[in-house]
Design a protein around this ligand. Structure first.
Ligand code: IMP
Length: 174
């Protein structure tokens, strides 16, 4: 079986949108300090680009989450594989996600973080697939709405592959 990648969003389109998102976030928080919570692993490239377009005092923390096995369907169980390095009580938290698919991961993280007493918790996601939503979640800062296709690249993987592709693509098999 041969496999090829079909481009859905170019590296240039992504960069343009990420820059706009950074400006939007800078404007929204004014000079309030922010904690960017980067959801690993898929968001690492998006977050690295995004944070360089946010002109605010901020710190970055990482959260390891697993909801998929080796396949393309969520198991529905969100497992924390690595917790934050510091408390978030009294902080403005912005969760940085690569993609909101069923919404289960974000819904779970919102519930978890609210128990830790932050001043606010908002969500920034590069991609959203509304056709697959199983719970409704509010994405405060969104890059692109996409159709119901499994995508890879720009940090997103299929069984740990393709994270290093600079664009977002669909894997097609013959
Ligand atoms: P959700 O809990 O179903 O919203 O899924 C969120 C997580 O599933 C994302 O952070 C991704 O890691 C992964 N995911 C969902 N859709 C895709 C996709 O199309 N490509 C790669 N990973 C995906």
């Amino acid at each position: 079986m041969s496999e090829r990648l079909v481009e859905m969003l170019s590296a240039k389109d992504i960069q343009t949108r990420v820059k706009e998102l950074g400006a939007e976030i800078t404007q929204a928080y004014k000079d309030k300090p922010l904690v960017l919570v980067v959801v690993l692993k898929g968001s690492f490239i998006f977050a690295a680009d995004l944070c360089r377009h946010i002109d605010l005092p901020l710190r970055v923390d990482f959260l390891g989450v697993r909801s998929y096995g080796e396949g393309t369907e969520t198991s529905g169980v969100v497992q924390i594989t690595q917790d934050l390095s510091k408390p978030i009580a009294g902080e403005h938290v912005l969760i940085v996600e690569d993609i909101v698919d069923t919404g289960l991961t974000i819904a779970h993280l919102m519930d978890l973080f609210r128990t830790r007493g932050p001043k606010s918790v908002n969500v920034c996601a590069l991609l959203h697939k509304p056709a697959r939503a199983r719970v409704s979640v509010k994405v405060d800062y969104l890059g692109f709405t996409i159709e119901d296709k499994f995508v890879v690249g720009y940090g997103l993987d299929f069984a740990e592959r393709h994270r290093n592709i600079p664009y977002i693509g669909i894997v097609e098999r013959d």
